[in-house]
Design a protein around this ligand. Structure first.
Ligand SMILES: Nc1ncnc2c1ncn2[C@@H]1O[C@H](COP(=O)(O)OP(=O)(O)OP(=O)(O)O)[C@@H](O)[C@H]1O
Length: 960
């Protein structure tokens, strides 16, 4: 337990270092994170200043203790109105049938203070109805009208008609009461009074005086646009965090660490710690910037209150990023998700600003649901704090007052303290959900845990409960077991299988065996996915491994060969726990891959070099090795020295401090090999480790692998036959999920090669004329040797040149070889032979034969047909892969039983089988009966169907 804990701490520290290095090495993201608070607070401060300038013309925001009287304003020219259509009128009036009113209006126009109104700017009408009609037909051409009437002689009445709503333009307000109604009313009363008393120069002075009032605080930009600006600051970190997590998942970096024994808890804790630090710094920076830019909001509210609000909000956003990252498969999508969250947050914050749902009229449930989205409670917090500094007398919220409401806030449903508690609680909710979704959503390999995995008590005790499933949570999965239980065709494979089975049934534990594969079966499940129009799309299950029984011995390198798609990587994925086996089991040093405890023990014992380099571009080779050494649990004191040794071993000392992003392909592969070997793993799995390496480096890595065999088992997959030949102690060739052959390189060559290769080299005879045309090389000595081979072994050369002849000698002729070569050597001089080389066929040939055989098998199983066109011009339909084909209806005097041909097959670039040619015709043996007349189906298709003849029933010599 203590051991586990100290390893967890060691992993945590190493991962934390990795997170810091990766984050700090991305200069753009660091710059964005550091500069965004400064830029956005500067913008808020600029907007604050603009509001101040805009409101400087009013006294609303100035303390007015002794207001001074001001003379009543004149009637303004109509052009001064905010929205006006020309030609416009300063005012219009009705009652023009009465000459008294003409006089009054003339005086209003002439005595307008500072500006007599020209006659063209006033229009008169008979009555009010006509005025209304005119207003209707000429909108925005006049601010209002005055209507005169005389009820009794000497009693003049008037009424003013105007639009009472104030309008705003470029941040300024136009109040119709002060800009039109009051001046016209005062002018009308003055001139009516003068008219009635008959003194046109009667003094009539009206002064206006506002209330004495204290200064109001101008509206703060923090309260209005602050929430969205602060949300933008948080979004930078949100997107960066999410893309870091998703990238580690997408690039399988996390999977690589898990395979090497990483604890999930160390992984999550390391990111959480780093993000807490980033959030902490960002929040302090925001508050400090606000104070530096002298924003009242930041100066008056307590530093601690502000800091905690910003910190908890950003922390909450980090939790949300953690949770959402479980649903995203590509790091490039993080920006899109971030942008969408920002847009949604912008709108919901606007809604919060107008009072929804932080008001007593809304239910608690609505408030809680709304508050689940972090920008919303944050916007409410900013609203509360803005409210607390809305007048110059307000002192903001102090730390001790964070739990109480402002006295003038009648709608206080959430104090700052409530918002803190809410943000903190929901942050932890997001983190828990992040871990939950991370477990139940299929990873890059389509593997996930059951939806209720946490209810299994064994999950918490570590004794199991780690059972995994495949396929999406919502896809309808069906999985069929692989029922094919055929016995292996090959004797060696059968023997290996029997040995493993016997040991299993007898419970024999062989200390020399590192890995035992007990019939592992892997079937990738087919899925039903709901497509367009609710159509279920079904994909068939794929049987990638069809029951492998194998032992990998200690101190040995087992090489798994096989064509693309044979199932080699699937074996590795099953052994490393990346993908679960469908059936069977494997024991690695006695630990079962099917149990979670077993798998976590296995992960401590293995080192893996995956098929593709899984490295962080921003980390150097040295940092990679240090990280993996710590994950493996090497003692912290030894990590440095072991790293240096590893680097020296793979010749990366000079590039130790260079970031792996700038490594060449070969350097990356070497680093991957070093990572696989670090920490002295007892089982090393190398999936095509030398891909992309030059010849010198490859030989060097072979040396490393060779010397690494001591004390451990190595499993290697490769497409290089030379590599397999040199490195392996045993080789297994797989095809179509089955082991086709097993044994040492020599055994495979002797069993599956076409036989022996004989190279006969000739002296150059300068006196002899050698034809220029290479295709028609035929010298006397060549001919003699060719005749010698034909007579003694019945062979023709596979390749020939003016300097040599190459023969492939089948195994069946092995008995004749001693005498044959003795005689050939004796007659060397006669034949002009300079050198005779005899060797086994290459491993490559074995590989190609096995691959071809597997292809033939599957083609035969599928029953697909191709057309064979004979040299004589006839066409015949034959099954793909058929070797000997009899041609029905080919009976003649020369071939009374009909004839047959041997078909030569080859694989094209895609691995598909195609006809390479066919042998000469040979008579069908008497014992085989070909159908004499074509079948009904053949008649329909108009093509003859060849009859497949069992090769054991004919002598292949017939075809030469
Ligand atoms: N997650 C998966 N879902 C469905 N089929 C898969 C999955 N992974 C692998 N396969 C299929 O299983 C078969 C074996 O794949 P595998 O990667 O093990 O082959 P391989 O021998 O390693 O090939 P290569 O030499 O190309 O690496 C392939 O046909 C592949 O398409």
């Amino acid at each position: 337990m203590t051991n586990t804990f100290s390893q967890l701490i060691q992993q945590y520290k190493a991962l934390l270092k990795k997170n810091i290095l990766i984050s700090c090495r991305s200069k753009t993201s660091i710059l964005l994170q550091m500069l965004s608070p400064v830029i956005f607070i500067f913008l808020i401060s600029a907007i604050d200043k603009a509001i101040e300038v805009q409101t400087s013309t009013t006294t609303q925001y100035k303390s007015t203790i002794h207001p001074s009287p001001k003379p009543s304003p004149p009637i303004p020219p109509c052009e001064n109105k905010f929205f006006v259509k020309e030609p416009c009128y300063d005012f219009i009036w009705s009652g023009d049938t009465n000459p008294k009113f003409h006089t009054i209006v003339e005086r209003i126009m002439n005595n307008n203070p500072g500006r007599p109104i020209p006659i063209s700017k006033v229009k008169s009408f008979h009555d009010k109805a006509l005025v209304d009609q005119w207003f209707l037909n000429n909108p925005m051409q006049c601010p209002g009208a005055i209507h005169f009437w005389e009820k009794y002689d000497g009693v003049i009445s008037y009424g003013i008609q105007t639009n009472s709503s104030s309008v705003q333009k470029r941040g300024k307000y136009e109040d119709p009461n002060f800009s039109f109604q009051l001046p016209l009313q005062l002018a009308a009363e003055r001139e009516i009074a003068r008219f009635l008393i008959g003194d046109p120069s009667f003094k009539w002075n009206v002064f206006l005086k506002e209330f004495a009032h204290p200064a109001m605080s101008p509206p703060s930009a923090v309260g209005s646009i602050g929430p969205v600006f602060f949300l933008a600051i948080a979004m930078f970190n949100f997107v960066l965090q999410m893309s870091s997590l998703v990238a580690e998942k997408e690039l399988k970096l996390r999977q690589a660490m898990t395979v090497m024994g990483l604890y999930d808890s160390a992984y999550w804790l390391s990111w959480l710690t780093w993000e807490t630090v980033v959030t902490l710094l960002s929040s302090i920076l925001v508050v400090l910037c606000g104070m530096i830019f002298q924003l009242r909001f930041f100066l008056k509210n307590s530093f601690a209150v502000l800091f905690f609000l910003f910190f908890l909000f950003e922390f909450n956003m980090t939790g949300l990023a953690f949770m959402l990252s479980a649903f995203i498969g590509k790091s490039s999508s993080a920006t899109t998700v971030g942008f969408s969250i920002f847009i949604v947050g912008y709108v919901t914050q606007l809604v919060v600003q107008v009072g929804f749902p932080y008001n007593y009229i809304f239910s608690v449930t609505v408030r809680k649901l709304w508050s689940l989205f972090p920008p919303n409670p944050f916007a409410q917090g900013l609203r509360v704090l803005s409210h607390a500094v809305s007048t110059p007398e307000d002192n903001g919220v102090s730390w001790s007052k964070r739990g109480s409401c402002a006295t003038n806030d009648n709608n206080c449903v959430m104090t700052i303290n409530d918002i803190y508690k809410w943000l903190l609680a929901t942050s932890f909710l997001w983190f828990i959900l992040a871990i939950y979704f991370d477990n139940i959503i299929p990873n890059a390999m389509g593997v996930r845990k059951s939806m209720l995995y946490f209810l299994n008590p064994r999950y918490w005790t570590g004794n199991g409960g780690q059972k995994v499933k495949e396929g999406g949570v919502c896809s309808c999965i069906f999985s069929t077991r692989h029922e094919e239980n055929s016995m292996p065709d090959d004797d060696d494979v059968l023997e290996e299988e029997n040995v493993v089975k016997q040991r299993l049934t007898q419970g024999v534990v062989d200390a020399n065996v590192a890995v035992q594969l007990h019939g592992i079966v892997k079937t990738y499940p087919g899925t039903y996915n709901i497509g367009l129009c609710c159509k279920c799309k079904r994909s068939a299950p794929y049987h990638a491994l069809k029951g492998l029984w194998l032992n990998f011995t200690k101190d040995q390198l087992f090489c798994l060969l096989g064509p693309n798609g044979a199932g080699k990587t699937t074996v590795i994925n099953c052994l490393t726990g990346i993908t679960p086996v469908t059936d069977g089991d494997a024991l690695i040093y006695g630990h079962s891959i099917r149990s979670s405890t077993g798998m976590s023990n296995i992960q401590k014992l293995i080192g893996v070099c995956p098929q593709f380099d899984i490295l962080w571009d921003a980390l150097s080779g040295e940092e990679h090795l240090e990280l993996f050494a710590s994950i493996k649990g090497l003692s912290p004191a030894s990590v440095k020295s072991i790293t240096q040794t590893s680097l020296a071993e793979v010749r990366l000392m000079d590039a130790a401090k260079v970031r792996s992003g700038s490594y060449s392909g070969g350097m990356k592969r070497r680093l991957s090999v070093a990572i696989a070997l670090i920490g002295d793993p007892k089982l090393v799995i190398l999936d095509e480790p030398t891909t992309g390496m030059d010849a010198i480096t490859r030989r060097h890595v072979w040396d490393i692998i060779q010397s690494a065999k001591r004390g451990r088992a190595i499993v290697l997959t490769t497409h290089s036959m030379e590599e397999a030949d040199i490195l392996s102690d045993r080789i297994g060739i797989m095809a179509k999920g089955k082991l086709r052959c097993i044994g040492t390189s020599i055994r495979l060559k002797s069993r599956f090669g076409t036989g022996f290769i004989a190279n006969i080299n000739f002296y150059r005879n300068n006196n002899e004329k050698i034809p220029e045309n290479g295709d028609a090389i035929s010298t006397r000595q060549h001919e003699a040797v060719k005749q010698f081979f034909k007579n003694r072994l019945d062979l023709v050369p596979k390749e020939e040149n003016k300097n040599f002849l190459t023969y492939v000698i089948p195994h069946e002729r092995e008995a004749l070889l001693t005498d044959f070569f003795t005689e050939l050597q004796d007659r060397e001089k006669e034949f002009g032979i300079s050198d005779i080389q005899l060797g086994l066929t290459t491993l490559e040939e074995v590989f190609l034969n096995i691959a071809k055989q597997a292809k033939l098998e599957s083609a035969a199983a599928e029953g697909s047909l191709v057309t064979l066109t004979l040299k004589s011009g006839e066409s015949v339909q034959i099954p793909v892969g058929a070797m000997i084909v009899g041609i029905p209806g080919s009976e003649s005097a020369e071939y009374p039983t009909g004839f047959m041909v041997q078909v030569h097959w080859e694989q094209d670039d895609t691995g598909a089988l195609c006809i390479a040619g066919h042998s000469q015709k040979a008579p069908v043996p008497q014992k085989i009966q070909l159908p004499s007349s074509p079948t009904a189906r053949q008649r329909r298709s108009a093509l003859v169907h060849g009859v497949v003849i069992d090769p054991s029933q004919v002598s292949l010599v017939n075809f030469q």
